[in-house]
Design a protein around this ligand. Structure first.
Ligand code: GCB
Ligand code: CA
Length: 887
């Protein structure tokens, strides 16, 4: 039996050898068949009892679920992975390696009970030579991964969830003992650089690291062959080299010339391939690796902007976080690939790979699709004033540069995102402040120097928050070649116009630095809509207003060399408590990649091919207050790069509308029931059409009343996508209609002022927005409904609380401002019947919890329905009301 098994494995290995690699090297994942458990102690011994452990496959994180549950925080500690790894009978002297693409954040690897290596840092690859620890047959590999807070490892704090685990591929690699180095910072061992690019030729310098684990000196041939995209050889270098017994990572350089080089560009990402082969004297290939090569020249100018291959390009794109709905950061390759395709399809030519280096397939896709990138190490918000922290930063920078060096898409190395956002010093203590600034400067200088010593071609960049002066004070703005600023005018505070004012200021402040807007964005929850959009309402409409304002301001200024939307996708951030708790909703697509309206706005601006998109198409269950119950007028936007668009409602043309700034807003008189809206453009003699279908409820108490769902204290609409229904904003009561009497909109006080909704994670529901707004001091809610039997649902949450709250790591500060807890007692009566005399929501259920009470109420003699509230202590509240006619 065992023999059969071995034969199968051997056959598989041979297939791998023949199919995908040349030379002796075998690279294969060992992602499946791991046992996993969270466990603080040691679990690397062979006889450790693993019964009760979970079977997992890699990519894996242990935080996929607790990052979105209602319990504050997520597990940060140690997890163990164990697997029996079968090692083939080795051909004379072959070496065996375990390679990890990434594990968050500190990893110890044990083979057969012995510690093989340790790695600190959650976002880069590492490789351990395990040859001396393994034997032919079955070996126990045990890996501990720890995502606890560690003051010596960046990042210390950030607005994203630090998912723990073995979340990227794990490989078992066999190589020749005489090899292209496998352990030079887990790179390919080959570093390619192009110099002296003209139309006639380009010079390629290949620096190759070799190692020899044998006990004898080796006379070898190092061959570097460059193939064009069709597989034709365009350059070859073959050199005799000697590597002494036991030598590791000895560098050899080869210079080659490519005649009439084809350029790698964003529209035509032409790739050469470089084969590096190590041969013995007989000419037998001992080892081989393949790297991509793109030939491109570029430069930044503080006044004129960015030029690629001599052509002006405004760098436009997004950043990207590596997580997905319900899965944390444990994504399959295909999912990473799809994200980069999404980014390209949006019209981007740039991707800020932030806040940390990402999966190799991300970079490969950028190379293949023509997306320029900046890659960044995760020093975020703050530093630790320790030598160990500094060393870790330099180490992470080294790994980043070495591992991503050959991707032609990379043009910028970045470090230290908003590192003065949350400095731990007491601002009034001058000495503390000066010491912190000094140490920060030392780290920045060390990282900058290390990057430049490893790579003389690329640019360096520091992404700062808007308070530029404090970065100047620390003296770190002069270090990098480029400066990035993360600007949120009109979101966290101020107004939209503050954005362009800030741009002008920054240009004056740093006239010689090319400036990038490394972040800007507004949170959008696609379930929320508003026709009077304001910041922090999380509506699709505010997101649109925000981007419609920012994008043209960016495009019209050459000195802004580029700008990146924060973010491509919504991502998990534990401390956030908004419409969708624990999620940062600034993505142009959601955590499960539903495209938001902003995505199409960018397409309309950036793409040359025809773009036509009716906004808010995902709003399938739509509603609005209606006088006659038959129709209701609401605006609808269309994004397009055509100059006019014809709009139809239920087959009838509403007219042809001229388009300004890629958008047109059309008032649509939706009818009760099904509505079909068509938008039609013509480009180059062809017709393009987009269609929006929705079910519209014209909310009215008279004609054929069925139900009414109202959010109190709200100006927003909320679509309950599970029940397929729509909540509409409140209105004041008028005779013959419905609405509230008395009270005011809840103050929702936060650090960012009074917001349109509370920033509270409402416990016991995932329809948080229904409970996050409130009318305080409400006297009554009246609806002049026809006679019948009604179900009246009253929705409450006590939004004030005695609970202390963890500070949010937002853009502008970290103070938590909340309203003090209010003890409220009130009475409720419905149509003259007292249903509660002394209701105390917080006392009965606790603060911040969703409470729904349903009452069955007969309505007769045309008296309609009235719910009255009476104050006993403080004032009454109501968050939402739903009235449904039963019969
Ligand atoms: C920032 C940070 C980023 C946050 C973002 C936000 O400035 O660099 O990590 O996620 O703001 O949404 O507040
Ligand atoms: Ca949680």
């Amino acid at each position: 039996m065992y023999k059969v098994y071995r034969k199968i494995i051997l056959a598989c290995l041979l297939l791998i050898v023949a199919g995908t690699v040349c030379g002796q090297r075998v690279t294969q994942t060992i992602n499946d068949g791991w046992k996993f458990s969270l466990f603080e102690g040691d679990a690397f011994d062979a006889d450790f009892d693993v019964s009760g452990w979970t079977d997992v496959s890699i990519p894996h994180t242990w935080n996929a679920k607790d990052a979105e549950d209602e319990i504050p925080g997520y597990f940060r500690g140690k997890g163990w992975y164990r697997k029996a790894v079968i090692v083939e009978e080795l051909i004379a002297g072959q070496r065996v390696y375990l390679c990890f693409e990434g594990a968050n954040q500190e990893t110890n690897v044990f083979v057969n009970g012995k510690l093989v290596g340790n790695h600190k840092g959650g976002y880069s690859a590492f490789t351990f030579d395990v040859t001396d620890y393994v034997h032919t047959g079955c070996n126990l590999v045990a890996v501990s991964v720890d995502n606890s807070y560690n003051p010596d490892i960046a990042p210390l704090s950030a607005d994203f969830t630090f998912f723990g685990g073995l979340y990227r591929d794990v490989y078992l690699v066999y190589t020749s003992p005489v090899q292209l180095s496998t352990t030079h910072y887990a790179s390919s061992g080959v570093y390619l650089k192009t110099v002296g690019i003209t139309d006639a030729q380009a010079e390629v310098c290949a620096k190759t690291f070799l190692s020899n684990a044998l006990k004898s000196n080796q006379a070898l041939i190092l061959e570097t062959e460059i193939l064009d995209a069709d597989g034709n050889r365009v350059a070859l270098s073959a050199k005799k080299v000697n590597v002494k017994a036991g030598e590791k990572n000895v560098a050899f350089e080869a210079l080659m010339t490519i005649a009439q080089p084809k350029r790698w560009d964003v529209d035509s990402p032409y790739l050469y391939k470089v084969y590096s082969r190590l041969k013995n004297k007989k000419g037998e290939v001992l080892d081989c690796v393949v790297n991509p090569l793109g030939i491109r020249e570029y430069h930044f100018d503080a006044e004129k902007g960015f030029f690629l291959n001599g052509k002006y390009r405004k760098l436009i794109g997004t950043s990207r976080h590596q997580d997905y709905k319900g899965m944390g950061n444990a994504l399959r390759d295909e999912m990473h690939i799809r994200d980069i395709q999404l980014s390209k399809d949006m019209g981007s030519n740039f991707l800020r790979v932030a806040h940390y280096p990402q999966d190799p397939v991300v970079m490969q896709m950028c190379d293949k699709l023509g997306l320029l990138t900046s890659v960044e190490i995760p020093i975020v918000n703050a530093i630790t004033q320790s030598r160990a922290f500094m060393d870790n930063c330099v180490e992470q920078a080294t790994e980043m540069v070495c591992q991503n060096y050959n991707y032609p898409s990379v043009i910028i190395w970045a470090y230290m995102n908003e590192v003065l956002l949350r400095p731990p010093f007491n601002p009034d203590n001058k000495k503390e402040r000066a010491e912190y600034m000094k140490f920060l400067h030392q780290i920045a200088s060390a990282v900058e120097a290390q990057i430049r010593s490893l790579d003389s071609e690329r640019y360096t960049m520091l992404p700062c928050h808007s308070a530029s002066q404090i970065y100047q004070e620390a003296g770190i703005t002069e270090l990098p070649m480029l400066l990035g600023f993360n600007l949120y005018n009109g979101w966290y505070g101020g107004n939209l116009g503050g954005f362009e004012e800030k741009l002008e200021e920054l240009h004056k402040e740093f006239p010689h630095k090319p400036l990038l807007i490394t972040e800007y964005g507004a949170d959008v929850d696609t379930r929320i809509h508003s026709f009077s959009p304001v910041r922090f309402d999380f509506s699709c409409e505010f997101g649109s207003v925000y981007h419609e304002h920012y994008l043209p301001e960016i495009l019209k200024r050459d000195y802004i060399v580029g700008a990146m939307v924060w973010n491509l996708n919504d991502f998990y951030s534990e401390a956030r408590r908004n419409a969708m708790p624990h999620v940062n909703n600034k993505g142009l697509v959601s955590t499960d990649r539903e495209r938001k309206d902003g995505y199409y706005l960018y397409q309309a601006y950036l793409k040359e091919s025809p773009v036509l998109h009716i906004a808010s198409k995902s709003w399938k269950n739509r509603a609005g207050a209606s006088r006659d119950g038959k129709s209701c007028t609401q605006p609808l936007k269309v994004y397009t790069n055509a100059d006019k668009v014809e709009v139809f409602l239920n087959g009838k043309s509403l007219g042809v509308y001229p388009v300004a700034d890629k958008v047109v807003s059309v008032d649509i008189s939706f009818v009760n029931g099904k509505n079909v809206v068509d938008a039609v453009i013509e480009k180059e003699g062809r017709e393009y059409r987009d269609q929006y279908v929705c079910d519209f409820k014209c909310v009215n108490v008279k004609n054929g009343f069925t139900e009414i769902n109202v959010l109190l204290g709200a100006r927003r609409y909320f679509e309950d996508r599970i029940a397929e229904m729509c909540w509409i904003p409140e209105q004041a009561y008028a005779e013959g209609s419905w609405g509230y009497i008395g009270g005011e909109v809840a103050p929702n006080k936060t650090r960012y002022g009074s917001l349109p909704a509370s920033d509270t994670d409402i416990l016991g529901t995932d329809q948080d927005p229904v409970f996050q707004t409130q009318r305080v001091g409400i006297e009554a809610f009246k609806a002049d409904v026809p006679d019948g039997v009604y179900a009246v649902y009253l929705y409450w949450t006590e939004l004030t609380s005695e609970n202390k709250r963890e500070a949010l790591v937002y853009n502008l500060g970290n103070d938590v401002v909340r309203e003090d807890y209010i003890n409220r007692v009130f009475s409720v009566d419905i149509n003259g019947v007292s249903v509660a005399k002394q209701l105390n929501i917080a006392e009965e259920y606790g603060s911040e919890r969703a409470v729904i009470k349903k009452y069955i109420v007969p309505v007769s003699q045309g008296k309609g329905l009235v719910v009255r509230f009476g104050a006993v202590e403080s004032v009454p509240i109501l968050n939402a009301i739903r009235i449904v006619k039963e019969y």
